[in-house]
Design a protein around this ligand. Structure first.
Ligand SMILES: Cc1cc2nc3c(=O)[nH]c(=O)nc-3n(C[C@H](O)[C@H](O)[C@H](O)COP(=O)(O)OP(=O)(O)OC[C@H]3O[C@@H](n4cnc5c(N)ncnc54)[C@H](O)[C@@H]3O)c2cc1C
Length: 398
């Protein structure tokens, strides 16, 4: 039995290792387009590799996948995040969870994961052939025939784990698979605005952001960067709104609530503070747990001088502060890559595979794993987990 896994990335390696371990009589080969292996694992999580997440209930996990969502329930029932933690532990890679439940190797180095995979591939005699880019994939007389620019290969079973490569999606489309066009997900917002100028590094624990003229809205921490806004609230919006924001060509307006309070509550808090502390200079007493430099910027932006005490806060000033803090309007003009993690939404349509086996419905003995499929997640180790789970399921079913 000859199995060819196309793609030497996270999904390809994990699938190949598990097939080879479970089926010592199978000949398992990885074909990789480039001269490098596990390239994205290397740079993942800022070089630390956010390998999975501490959340492990399938019903909870599926909520982190804008593309895939509930359809992945069965997948995580078969191999969930804690199974990956055990899989690594059995191979002497210890992991740790951070307070936000993201999990990393204890070494804080993605090289640990790479070393583990390379070692396991060697141990189970997985053949790895680099610089082999799949050009055609055809089924003939019960065998899969693959060509690369320099070689021809034949296999009984093929696993496609080529990630989000549009060129390779074209090759797969010629095989007859239906593809959802890709758009970026997990990006940050470019905003040029005097209210944010020189405030990079300031963060807010709980904010709400809404896209004007859309139903898209998210809450969570927010970070001012030197090009605009980032942080979990923005990344979540970019993932859930990947297609809608691409349609807007990444030009839209957002309303930001920096306080986690309703406008009426912001107003009553300001009025109560004014009554209780009429002599205190406004600029010196940030309310709503806002960072001091941001509070100063907002106070000045609302035409309140540095000398004005709370007692002299006019109704007009209060209205303006309520607006700026509760629904400040900002214009987004473009996106930037979030270097810690980014993915592409889109890929081979989920309807093409049986989600219990990850085998193609229309092409027996052809399996798909990882980002090549139309599955993508929020940040937190969920993107890798989709690779591990599908790879495991394929190794069980193949
Ligand atoms: C900077 C960055 C940081 C990230 N950090 C994290 C993180 O910490 N946690 C997390 O969960 N996710 C993270 N991700 C997302 C994660 O890396 C991907 O979801 C994951 O790598 C997808 O794995 P894959 O094997 O499907 O694709 P890939 O890792 O992209 O591997 C696909 C492989 O197939 C090869 N290939 C493509 N076409 C062909 C062809 N025609 N023939 C042969 N080979 C081919 C490619 O060269 C590549 O080696 C990050 C992504 C980026 C970009």
């Amino acid at each position: 039995m000859k199995v060819i896994v196309i793609g030497g990335g996270a999904a390809g390696f994990f699938t190949a290792i598990n097939i080879a371990e479970k089926h010592p009589d199978y000949q398992v080969t990885i074909l990789e387009k480039t001269s490098k292996l596990l390239q994205k694992v290397k740079v993942s999580g800022g070089g630390r590799c956010n390998v999975t997440n501490e959340r492990n209930k399938p019903s909870e996990l599926v909520q982190y996948y804008p593309r895939g969502s509930k359809k992945l329930h069965q997948l995580f029932r078969q191999f969930t995040t804690s199974d990956m933690v055990d899989w690594l532990a059995k191979r002497e890679v210890q992991t740790k969870a951070e307070v936000d439940k993201r999990m990393f190797p204890v070494s804080d180095s993605s090289q640990t994961i790479i070393d583990c995979f390379i070692d396991q591939a060697r141990r189970y005699k997985v053949e790895v052939i680099q610089n082999q880019s799949l050009m055609t994939l055809n089924h003939n007389n019960g065998k899969w025939e693959l060509t690369t620019p320099s070689q021809k290969f034949k296999a009984d079973k093929v696993v496609v784990a080529t990630g989000s490569s549009p060129l390779t999606w074209k090759v797969l489309e010629q095989t007859g698979l239906e593809i959802t066009p890709g758009v970026p997900s997990l990006f940050t917002f470019n905003i040029k605005d005097d209210r944010l100028k020189d405030l990079q590094g300031i963060s807010f624990e709980e904010t709400q952001i809404k896209i004007v003229g859309s139903k898209l809205s998210e809450s969570g921490p927010l970070l001012i960067t030197h090009w605009g806004l980032s942080g979990p609230a923005v990344l979540k919006l970019s993932a859930w709104g990947a297609y809608e924001l691409a349609d807007k060509n990444y030009k839209f307006q957002v309303l930001i609530n920096f306080t986690n309070l309703k406008p009426d509550e912001i107003r009553s808090n300001l009025i109560n503070y004014k009554t209780a502390n009429p002599k205190r200079k406004i600029v010196n007493y940030p309310l709503f747990d806002l960072p001091k430099r941001f509070w100063e910027r907002m106070v000045n932006y609302c035409d309140i001088t540095n000398e004005t005490p709370f007692g002299e806060l006019s109704k007009k000033h209060i209205n303006k502060l309520v607006e700026e803090l509760g629904q400040g309007k900002y214009t987004v003009n473009g996106k930037s890559t979030f270097k810690e993690e980014f993915v592409t939404a889109g890929g081979i349509k989920l309807s093409e595979v049986n989600l219990e086996t990850f085998e193609c419905r229309r092409f027996p003995n052809l399996y798909i794993a990882g980002e090549a499929l139309d599955i993508d997640a929020l940040t937190g180790g969920f993107n890798f987990q989709a690779c591990w789970s599908a790879g495991w399921v394929i190794s069980e079913c193949i």
